[in-house]
Design a protein around this ligand. Structure first.
Ligand code: ZN
Ligand code: ZN
Length: 374
């Protein structure tokens, strides 16, 4: 059975698709779920798929969720099953998550051992934090009512056979920003005729560091990262405009609001001091992932019987996860499963999901469903 799952995983790995474009992936998932005898609904929130398995007389239902999307990264693994879609890559292991959830569906269809309903949820577009919202907006919880929901993510750096989660906040909120600094372009040799947006923008980048260092309480985790600095200049031309883009993480709405407020003040006032103007576009992409206590206790109890090591109170991460939207609507747990200590980091061109993690992941999902729908 695991042999099939490894083959599915490698097939998915070789055919990565970007968020909301997972047409072949969704068709593959739906075909497999039907072949196991599940009821299958497709096209939920775009390319989302739900397979439903009912057994016995119980009226409780749980959701188990995987994500299907890949990234805009050129794969550099050299594997024989490397991406055949140039510039696209399963560099976050969603191929492994999808294959493992299919493996769990296959195992439970063959040997249920539960009373009630399991919804196997395959969501699109996790990477940009839009897929779960799209499924929820498309009636996920009305069409497939569930009492609890569970999700996992593989984790490089943790050994295969290791499991980690924690009650309460596990992953952060993500905000994005773009600051458009408008100056006045000029000949590079006549800078006195310019209002230099590069100089202004550079001052803004430096000043933004004071938000975390000097504006927020040190006990409140937060990150402000500038990740892009784009100009319309050329080697001998001072540009008209600079676009500064970046990413902020935090755990509470009031911290996110404080970051935005300070960013606007710093950008606008620094630009003014340089004779330029700055416009800030600030958007909120992911909400924090917050685990529920009772479901986390249940997940830990099950994990203890499956994995070699279990960390019941791992450190929260500043990364973000779209499953947060389901956890905000339904009690549940999100957990990390080791993908190997030598594994390249997530979103790295050399990353690959560890097939050795599939049996443990499937065993966990199966045991969890049976334990919650006993
Ligand atoms: Zn990712
Ligand atoms: Zn991921």
């Amino acid at each position: 059975m695991t042999g099939d799952v490894v083959a599915w995983r490698r097939h998915l790995h070789a055919h990565p698709e970007l968020g909301f474009g997972e047409h072949e992936t969704a068709a593959f998932v739906a075909e497999k779920l039907r072949s196991f005898g599940l009821e299958v609904a497709e096209g939920i929130g775009g390319t989302g798929v739900v397979g439903t398995l009912r057994h016995g007389g119980g009226n409780r239902a749980i959701g188990l969720r995987a994500d299907m999307d890949a990234l805009l990264i050129a794969e550099a693994t050299g594997l024989e099953y490397a991406s055949r879609n140039p510039g696209r890559m399963h560099a976050c292991g969603h191929d492994g998550h999808t294959a493992a959830l299919l493996g769990a569906a296959q195992a439970m269809a063959a040997d249920p051992g539960f009373e009630g309903t399991i919804h196997f949820i395959f969501q699109p577009a996790e990477e940009h934090g839009r897929g779960m919202q799209a499924m929820l907006a498309d009636g996920l919880l009305q069409r497939f009512p569930m009492d609890e929901a569970y999700g996992i993510h593989n984790m490089p750096g943790m050994p295969v056979g290791a499991f980690a989660t924690r009650p309460g906040p596990l992953m952060a909120a993500e905000d994005n920003f773009e600051i458009v600094v408008a100056g006045r372009g000029a000949h590079a040799a006549r800078p006195h005729l310019a209002v230099d947006p590069i100089l202004t923008g550079s001052a803004i980048v430096l000043a933004l560091q004071q938000i975390v260092a000097r504006r927020l309480d040190p006990v409140d985790p937060a990150v402000v990262s500038v990740t892009e600095f784009i100009t319309d200049g050329t080697r001998n031309v001072i540009p008209n405009i600079v676009r500064i883009k970046g990413d902020c993480r935090s755990y509470r709405p009031d911290i996110s609001a404080a970051i935005e407020r300070e960013m606007r003040r710093i950008a606008e006032a620094t630009a003014l001091a340089h004779g330029a103007t700055a416009e800030v576009i600030y958007t909120r992409e992911f909400i924090p992932t917050v685990n529920h206590a009772a479901q986390t206790e249940a997940a830990l109890a099950v994990a203890g019987g499956v994995f070699d090591s279990v960390d019941a109170d791992c450190a929260p991460l500043m990364g973000s996860e779209d499953f947060a939207h389901l956890l905000a609507a339904v009690p549940g747990n999100f957990a990390f499963i080791g993908n190997g200590e030598a594994c390249a980091s997530l979103h790295n061109p050399a990353y690959d999901y560890a097939d050795a993690a599939l049996p443990g992941t499937i065993a966990y999902l199966v045991a969890l469903a049976r334990s919650r729908l006993g």
